[in-house]
Design a binder for this molecule. Structure first.
Ligand SMILES: Nc1ncnc2c1ncn2[C@@H]1O[C@H](COP(=O)(O)OP(=O)(O)OP(=O)(O)O)[C@@H](O)[C@H]1O
Ligand SMILES: [Mg+2]
Length: 577
């Protein structure tokens, strides 16, 4: 059990406390029942007193019913406490993930987060339920049964003092042997989940590359490993039962020997022997339960650690108390910016970047693949924090803004974009939940998406499937642009967002931007010269450094990288015509 996680019990504390209380009541009944039986045998049967037998028998039945009742209630409260705790944990993890920055997300793989929210939580839930049910039960049962035995026969009571620790050690030894194997099993589960998720997510790619056989083989490999590890672990745990049985029968034989002698000597009644046997079974069963809880908790421990990792991940970005809520305009300044994905001391993705972009300008960003174009723009809506220097938007350091306000006003179409399950209306309204139908249609016209949407039989009500696979690449890009426009941002960033759109439509989108949102700063990343040629400033990036800034004309004169690409693309264009 773990402090960080236990905080999530919250409103289920009541059930958590009630469970052991009912369990104790149940145990009390179970301990008194053998005593009652001894009385029936030793007094009622031996003296042939039928009314006594009936009276005591009646009480016995009532006690048994009470035990059943308390047991059932304890089971129900334990189940509720466990399930409720699991629900709260799942909520807490989910909310925590929503607080994560891009950097936090980089620290966990998606599939491992999914495993943590499913398998791991189920493990914790089971362990919790078992613990609150059995942990109170076992020791109390053992102590009470032992005291009862002590009142009947001191020698037998002493016998337990030897037998119980012996069995306890044996069970713990088995559990300890199995533990590392269980830890390995759960690590492999992670790998398995990761593999399945990746495969299912990329089902289309797998098919396109005819990699099904390879994927199946890979899956079989991990699946086999999980099977082997599990079998190995369970083989060890399976020793529990024979060890327990062996101990139980040994104890019973010894009790019969001791008790038989005492009965012959007349110091013990036969009914008492029966009760002592029942107490013996109860004590040993309790030990078995303790070891069971022990194993459950050990299995859950690996899961607990993994859940704790998520809950204790410090959200890297938190708003200052006096955070600014309003972005004045679309001016952007980079001052001596260094950035490393690994944090201070790591390899620099951006090196000493200085920029001044005036509000309302159109900026083109150009550079080879991996030259840090996406990295550069991700600092503007503060998807990542700079490692050194500062980024200012509207004259204020991005770290001083309320994050939500900043991201509302700096709208970015990510390079790896997704649409969600739902209608086109729903998807565009991610930009602004309250936007009217007309407003949605207006931004779709701006993004040159209105035309193709209207050609769908269901128009704007067309359902997008998971991942947006039922629209073409270029259509998806235009829907994503429309979604970003709906925020009415002061800064609009398009990261390679028209790569799948034909040049003519691309030009229409830029024309619409120029005419309809003249005051918004527009940053366009593109591999296509034609997309950025008419920008107010073009920034040339090379390996994380700024290699040149200027208009297309200026760069043609003094920037080798730009000139080379310009010439190759423009020449290619002429050839095509
Ligand atoms: N999340 C990340 N964690 C660690 N390194 C990253 C991450 N994202 C990008 N990088 C690295 O940072 C460098 C710049 O990547 P970036 O994505 O900014 O390039 P880019 O210019 O946008 O390339 P492209 O034209 O292919 O989109 C690359 O070396 C890349 O490997
Ligand atoms: Mg990129």
């Amino acid at each position: 059990m773990n402090k960080t996680l236990l905080k999530s019990v919250r409103e289920f504390k009541k059930e958590t406390v009630l469970t052991p209380i009912f369990v104790i009541l149940e145990v009390l009944m179970e301990v008194l029942i053998p005593l009652q039986m001894a009385k029936i045998i030793d007094v009622g049967i031996q003296q042939g007193d039928l009314p006594y037998i009936l009276k005591m028998g009646g009480i016995l039945v009532v006690m048994a019913m009470l035990a059943l009742f308390f047991g059932a209630v304890a089971g129900a409260t334990a189940a509720k406490a466990g399930a409720g705790y699991a629900r709260n944990l799942r909520h807490d993890i989910f909310y925590k993930i929503q607080e994560f920055s891009f950097k936090n997300i980089d620290n966990f793989s998606t599939s491992s987060l999914v495993t943590r929210m499913t398998t791991d939580i189920t493990n914790v839930q089971m362990a919790y339920m078992m613990t609150i049910r059995l942990l109170a039960r076992a020791p109390i049962m053992m102590i009470l049964s032992w005291i009862m035995t002590l009142t009947i026969n001191v020698k037998v009571a002493m016998l337990f003092l030897v037998a119980a620790p012996l069995l306890g050690f044996a069970l713990i030894f088995i559990a300890k042997k199995a533990h590392p194997l269980f830890v390995q099993v759960f690590d492999q589960y992670d790998v398995l989940n990761n593999d399945v998720q990746e495969n299912v997510n990329a089902a289309r790619v797998v098919k396109a590359y005819v990699r099904e056989d390879h994927e199946i083989e890979k899956f079989h490999g991990i699946s086999l490993l999980v099977f082997k590890l599990f079998t190995k672990a369970e083989k060890i745990v399976a020793w529990n039962s024979p060890v327990m049985q062996f101990m139980m029968y040994t104890v019973i034989i010894v009790i019969v020997l001791i008790g038989g002698e005492d009965i012959i000597l007349g110091t013990m009644e036969p009914g008492e022997l029966t009760s002592v046997m029942i107490y013996a079974i109860q004590i040993l069963m309790s030990l078995m339960m303790v070891s069971f809880v022990f194993v459950m908790n050990m299995i859950a421990e690996a899961s607990t650690d993994r859940i704790q990792e998520v809950l204790e991940e410090v959200p890297e970005m938190q708003d200052k108390p006096d955070a600014v809520k309003e972005v004045k305009d679309g001016e952007i300044i980079f001052e001596n910016v260094d950035f490393s994905y690994a944090g201070e001391g790591g390899p620099l993705a951006l090196k000493n970047v200085n920029l001044h972009i005036r509000s309302g300008q159109t900026i083109g960003i150009f550079g080879g693949t991996g030259s840090a174009k996406s990295t550069l723009v991700s600092l503007i809506p503060r998807l990542y924090d700079v490692t050194k220097g500062s980024v200012k938007v509207g004259g204020i350091d991005v770290r001083d803004y309320n994050l939500e306000a900043l991201r509302d006003q700096v709208s970015m179409v990510l390079q790896k974009n997704v649409l969600f399950t739902g209608s086109i209306y729903d998807n565009i309204r991610w930009g602004d939940e309250d936007a009217s139908d007309e407003e949605v249609q207006r931004v779709c016209r701006l993004a040159q998406a209105d035309g193709f949407i209207r050609e769908f039989p269901e128009g704007y009500d067309t359902q997008i499937v998971e991942g947006g696979n039922n629209v073409s690449g270029g259509q998806k890009q235009r829907l994503c642009i429309a979604r970003a426009l709906l925020k009415k941002p002061k800064i609009l960033i398009l990261d390679d967002s028209t790569s799948a759109v034909d040049t003519k439509t691309d030009a229409l989108i830029r024309k619409a931007f120029r005419e309809e949102i003249p005051n918004t700063t527009k940053i366009i990343i593109s591999q296509r010269v034609s997309s950025i040629e008419d920008a107010d400033q073009i920034i040339i990036l090379d390996d994380g450094r700024i290699d040149g800034v200027g208009t297309s004309e200026e760069l043609l004169k003094n920037n080798a990288i730009y000139r080379e690409v310009y010439e190759s693309q423009m020449k290619g264009g002429e050839d095509n015509e």
